[in-house]
Design a binder for this molecule. Structure first.
Ligand SMILES: [Cu+2]
Length: 185
């Protein structure tokens, strides 16, 4: 190794070490932000007659926005913007635990594969409706629709998923429910 290649080698090693340290620090900051997140400050958007939700923006496995608020009788339209996604109610009709109001209609878009394809559902009954993406439930691709101005204590969609939930996505449900509860109180 000549002096000049040794210098290059050292310079390169130092640069790599610095980059690794920066990534590690960034990772820590992200964790701290999540831990410190408080749902008390969450504000529910004003109820609208119709709301749009993107499925998988920027190739992510998430709904955007994850929480929407419609008037009673309002409509949510989901648009697939990447890969394969569904919007599927937590309802026994979909072989899922009920996390929608007792007499509410179920819905299931089925897996949508076409980019830009949409699915709509109209919500005739006030309440909290949790739903998931069939292919990505275990990755936390879940959302909540708040209809009207329901009483948080009466909503199956706000019950703690608990140990018997037995499905992926329980952590995301806790987060969504925490926000919705804060938004309704
Ligand atoms: Cu999905």
């Amino acid at each position: 190794m000549t002096d000049s290649t040794r210098r290059d080698f050292l310079r390169h090693t130092t640069a790599t070490t610095t980059a690794t340290a920066t990534v590690a620090l960034a990772g820590c900051a992200g964790v701290l932000r999540d831990d410190e997140e408080s749902y008390e400050d969450y504000t529910l958007p004003e109820a609208s007659a119709s709301v749009e939700v993107d499925m998988g923006p920027d190739a992510s496995n998430r709904f955007e926005p994850e929480i929407v608020h419609v008037e009673t009788g309002g409509t949510v339209t989901w648009t697939n913007v990447s890969r394969n996604h569904s919007a599927t109610a937590y309802h026994p009709d979909n072989d899922a635990p009920r996390r929608v109001p007792a007499d509410a209609e179920s819905w299931d878009s089925g897996v949508i594969r076409e980019n830009g394809k949409t699915f709509s559902h109209t919500f005739e009954q006030a309440g909290v409706y949790d739903y998931y993406c069939t292919p990505h439930e275990t990755l936390g691709m879940l959302g909540s629709v708040v209809v009207g101005d329901p009483e948080p204590g009466d909503e199956p969609g706000l019950a703690s998923p608990g140990d018997d939930f037995g499905r992926g996505g329980a952590n995301k449900l806790e987060e969504l429910n925490g926000k919705v509860r804060a938004g309704l109180e």
